[in-house]
Design a protein around this ligand. Sequence first.
Ligand SMILES: [Zn+2]
Length: 97
Amino acid sequence: MKCPKCKGKNIIKRGKRYNKTNTKQLYQCMKCNLTFMKHDGFERMRHNKKIISRAIHMHNEGLSLFQVQDHLWQHDGIKVTRKTISDWTKKYSVFLK
Ligand SMILES: [Zn+2]
């Protein structure tokens, strides 16, 4: 992990910030004193992180895109295309390890 400003590697944790949907870890750079939040890749998502995580998980468990799509509609009332789910699995599975 690096400081976004000076690229320094001496980073310490500065506690957490909470809001309704997620928790963000705050960090401080010991070199330039910049306080920053870690970007986890989910910030620009239109859909809830929980929904996306679940969709990817179901798909990884062997459900077809159609079954995942159906599940999201039946259980969560969320309409997404199979293409969207497919994109999620490609884009975000790396963040869910
Ligand atoms: Zn720095």
